[in-house]
Design a protein around this ligand. Structure first.
Ligand SMILES: [Fe+2]
Length: 268
């Protein structure tokens, strides 16, 4: 792929997503938020890629994956009025179908580039990355998962902090309800990846999202999360109990440990 292909895909993305605007303010807002999210995730991909000193051809792939990773969200929202995959469809698979149908990658990617883009999109929203991927494909899967989460953290925390800034944002509001499920606490403390379908109490989803900090792979992602104070800002919305304190300690320790191990690795 070349820089020209990126320019084409940017123009295509603008045009494609513009087709989903609506007179309904709620739909219009959420389509706009998803477009903006796609651009910010693309920028995070470039930021992480630069930090890893990826070669030019991989920077192009990183940019394209960032831009297109949520392309399925637009059809998902306009069809189902939700971004919840378990109540509609897997938006990653929907995105891959969209790319196939629109045939925008066919003449622009070779087999290996197409495989990397498809695998990264397919795995960006899964609990765990599928096995038996090549090292380079796995790296792109990790890249998009980091970039995506970094922006989702900011979106959700900002929404809790100031809901009027992003009206209609289709995520759960900051519930004052303090009930949580002990099996969610146990799963986090046992290092398990948790499915949304196990969410039963209002606090469960917040705890799951906080635990995403454990899934960040690259040192720069952990540093961005740290500098934006995602952990501290998120914690404000979770009451401290004996159980949640254990979760806080576990996450804080793991993230700190990971950051020091990864930083050690990249030292010359
Ligand atoms: Fe997504």
């Amino acid at each position: 792929m070349t820089k020209n292909d990126v320019l084409f895909l940017n123009a295509w993305f603008e045009q494609f997503t513009n087709c989903f605007t609506s007179e309904d303010p709620e739909v219009a807002a959420n389509i706009r938020y998803k477009r903006e999210h796609s651009f910010r995730v693309r920028d995070y991909m470039l930021m992480i890629g630069r930090d890893l000193q990826l070669p030019k051809n991989q920077m192009i792939l990183a940019e394209v994956i960032g831009l297109l990773h949520d392309v399925g969200r637009f059809e998902q929202y306009s069809k189902y009025h939700t971004f919840k995959d378990h109540l509609s469809e897997d938006h990653a698979m929907l995105g891959l179908l969209t790319l196939e149908r629109e045939k925008i990658l066919n003449d622009r990617t070779n087999e290996s580039e197409k495989e990397i883009i498809s695998s990264a999109i397919r795995n960006h929203n899964q609990r765990v990355i599928e096995e038996n991927l090549s090292d380079v494909t796995l790296m792109f899967c990790r890249l998009i998962r980091d970039a995506d989460k970094l922006d989702i953290f900011e979106q959700i925390i900002s929404f809790y902090e100031n809901p009027s800034k992003t009206p209609y944002l289709a995520v759960e509001t900051n519930s004052e309800d303090t009930r949580y499920s002990t099996n969610i606490i146990e799963s986090i403390l046992n290092g398990k990846q948790i499915s949304y379908t196990t969410v039963k109490n209002p606090l469960d989803i917040k705890l799951i999202r906080l635990s995403w900090l454990l899934d960040l792979s690259f040192p720069i992602s952990l540093k961005i999360a740290q500098s934006k104070q995602y952990f501290e800002r998120f914690k404000v919305f979770i009451p401290t109990t004996e159980d949640t304190r254990q979760v806080f300690n576990y996450i804080e320790q793991r993230v700190f440990q990971k950051l020091s191990v990864l930083s050690e690795k990249v030292k010359p």
